[in-house]
Design a protein around this ligand. Structure first.
Ligand SMILES: NC(=O)c1ccc[n+]([C@@H]2O[C@H](COP(=O)([O-])OP(=O)(O)OC[C@H]3O[C@@H](n4cnc5c(N)ncnc54)[C@H](O)[C@@H]3O)[C@@H](O)[C@H]2O)c1
Length: 411
């Protein structure tokens, strides 16, 4: 038996729907789960024709419908508290998160606190939620985060500089409904950063460290490293996203391209929701806190550097990713070089910035970024190459300078 097949783990929603028009399956899923539904969304979505039409269709079967449209980017504590108040006032017994990853993560927190009380801080980290949350349905409108299928919500804490995660299988939505027609309105910049986020999820899940499995691993950890059940989702995600992301960015009305990217984002969520992500995410948290740039932009900017950093520890995986991108060098080193270059070229084409300097990070913040990134233990432990302080400093410095060759020289 090869290493690839000796351990598999997968956690997922109970129902997953994908396809144009599937959003209209929402009404019967809401009615199946409860009688008083709160839709958690943002003002942009709540004012859209798509929303009004969908809410009308839900009201036919679930007339007790209320809307909380106060979700804000970065999920500040106040907007989560107001969402919880709205749920309590309405007596909600089903929560729907409708929107980008921010709205879905907000819905996860509302469903969590409605069922178990407390504050979000009570649940920071892995496996801190004691039981089922209020039934939760996720309907994404970006093709990116995969939050509709994942056990994690990422929020801001007024006491902390960087965003924090709550990770528990109980946070996985009961039902995920992915309708690519809802992404047709995403402007090119949003399509690019959210699609790049999904590609990073898939690549990090596929290249992440393989743990020594034992019967405790899934009880002790939410994110368990690369497994035989997550790899196929990661590979399918990579193929779908690399084949269609540039077209979705450049021709946003192309439903076939939108569909491929959204399917890829969902598959990436299924892969990383169990396998986990690693160093790109660890560095993005402090970088996002400093620059207020989008999560997807920050993780995508990191990816070519992270692949270079990890190449000696995930060479076979990087080479396989290259084959999905049409790279076919006979020499393994050349295959890895060309794969990293192909990832960088795709991101350049969709206008992802190429260095930390370019997004306004000051050089005197690099130490702090490295320190904070190393603190994200659940992510660092997943990286295929063990990361010490010197390695993290080198990675951050190369990414600041926009120079992958600095890392190649160290390998
Ligand atoms: N829980 C997870 O598994 C997970 C994974 C990755 C990222 N995240 C989190 O998700 C958030 C990012 O989510 P995101 O990238 O989806 O963006 P987002 O939810 O922050 O939305 C960004 C902007 O896009 C707008 N928007 C959303 N859908 C649109 C559409 N169809 N048309 C036009 N505009 C639209 C929103 O109104 C908002 O203004 C971050 O908070 C990040 O930390 C969560």
């Amino acid at each position: 038996m090869t290493d690839d097949l000796n351990f598999g783990a997968l956690r997922s929603p109970r129902h997953i729907l994908f396809g144009a028009g599937q959003r209209f399956a929402l009404a019967r899923h809401v009615a199946r789960l409860g009688q008083r539904v709160l839709i958690v969304t943002d003002q942009r979505m709540a004012a859209s024709d798509d929303f009004l039409q969908l809410a009308d269709s839900v009201r036919v079967l679930a007339p007790a419908l209320a809307v909380y449209d106060g979700v804000e980017a970065e999920l500040p504590a106040e907007c989560l508290a107001a969402g919880l108040d709205a749920a309590k006032r309405h007596g909600a017994d089903v929560i729907v998160g409708l929107g980008g990853g921010s709205c879905i993560d907000a819905a996860k927190i509302v469903a969590l606190q409605l069922a178990h009380g407390g504050t979000p801080a009570d649940y920071y980290g892995e496996h801190k939620i004691p039981g089922p949350v209020t039934p939760l349905i996720a309907v994404p409108t970006t093709a990116g985060t995969g939050s509709e299928a994942t056990p994690v919500a990422v929020i801001s804490d007024p006491e902390r500089a960087v965003k924090v995660g709550i990770a528990s299988p109980w946070l996985i939505p009961e039902t995920a409904i992915c309708d690519p027609e809802l992404t047709l309105t995403c402007p090119p910049g949003l399509t690019a950063v959210s699609g790049a986020d999904a590609l990073v999820h898939a690549i990090e899940a596929y290249t992440t460290a393989r743990r020594q499995p034992d019967a405790e691993i899934t009880h002790d950890h939410v994110f368990v490293g690369k497994t035989a059940l997550t790899d196929p989702y990661a590979l399918a995600a990579i193929e779908n996203i690399v084949g269609s992301l540039a077209e979705a960015v450049e021709n946003g009305k192309n439903l076939a391209a939108r569909s491929a990217v959204m399917l890829g984002a969902l598959q990436a969520g299924l892969a990383f929701g169990t396998a986990g992500t690693s160093v790109c995410h660890a560095v993005q948290y402090p970088v996002g806190a400093l620059t207020h740039t989008a999560h997807g932009l920050g993780v995508a900017l990191m990816l070519p550097y992270a692949l270079e950093f990890n190449r000696a520890f995930a060479g076979a995986e990087i080479a396989a990713i290259g084959r999905l991108m049409g790279v076919s060098e006979t020499d393994e080193m050349a295959q890895i070089d060309a794969t990293i270059a192909a990832v960088a070229a795709l991101f350049e084409r969709i206008r992802i910035p190429k260095s930390l300097a370019e997004i306004g990070v000051a050089e005197d913040k690099l130490d702090w970024i490295a320190e904070q990134a190393l603190n994200a233990n659940r992510l660092i432990k997943n990286n295929p190459r063990p990361v010490d302080r010197a390695g993290m400093d080198a990675l951050v410095a190369a990414t600041f300078a926009g120079d992958r060759t600095r890392l190649a020289e160290r390998n």
